[in-house]
Write a protein that binds this ligand. Sequence first.
Ligand code: LER
Ligand code: MN
Length: 266
Amino acid sequence: MKLSFVVSMQHTTFSAVGNGDWKEISAYISEIGFDGIELAIKEPEKVNKAELKEHLSQYNLKLVAIGTGQIYHDLGLSLIDANEEVRIKTVDLIKRHIELAANHGAKVIIGLIRGRLGNQSNKQLAYEFFKKNMISLDEYAQTEGVDLMIEPLNRYETDYLNLTEEAVGVINSCGLKNTGILLDTFHMNIEEPHWDKSIQMAKAYLKHIHIADSNRYCPGYGHINFSTIVKLFNAIGYEGFYSGEIHPVPDLKTAIRQYYVYMRKR
Ligand code: LER
Ligand code: MN
């Protein structure tokens, strides 16, 4: 099993993430024995590409995925904003993420950046904005040789694409070629009616996994049965990373270490 951990490159108010000095945190992740790292990046244009490459190579960590969600969570920009300028800016920022990802063979996450239809007076139109922007991002991802991933999120964080079935539906109806799915056990535990059926449904699309227990703490702190769930992912032939996206409880270093130890035993 390949393990990674989600770390924020710039300070964020999103709490289920490694927040702090990304270089120090990644050095610790490497020391513990992780195979890779996932970076949440709010300001992709400010990232020093050479420094990032050198640092990850020094610590022998693969950049597995790039998170975009803080652009919505911290800055309020989304793919369905009513203001066209905001939508254009959001798409442009994600293109910068795609370029960064291309440098590392990493994948780009389309999660919180989707925003909420509920904020819009015309929900149908907002959903059309989402589809149009995904088609354009998918085309750009094809030219850069990068995979995008739609992450179904629970209803308290967004009001559309909460289920694997819905994410598969939009990928197919838009004819997206480089877009797959990221499954997050925290969101699945809230939304999916069946672990096994949802994982089976994701089979042809699954590119990445986020792991957190039912309370978003480290696995073992809640009531999700990870041994069963890892078996279900193995059964569909999943060979990608299991990325810890958890609250830093009781503190970040302990959470990182406990995540590694727990998952290595699955
Ligand atoms: C948000 O709850 C989440 O799970 C992130 O991975 C999405 O951007
Ligand atoms: Mn997630």
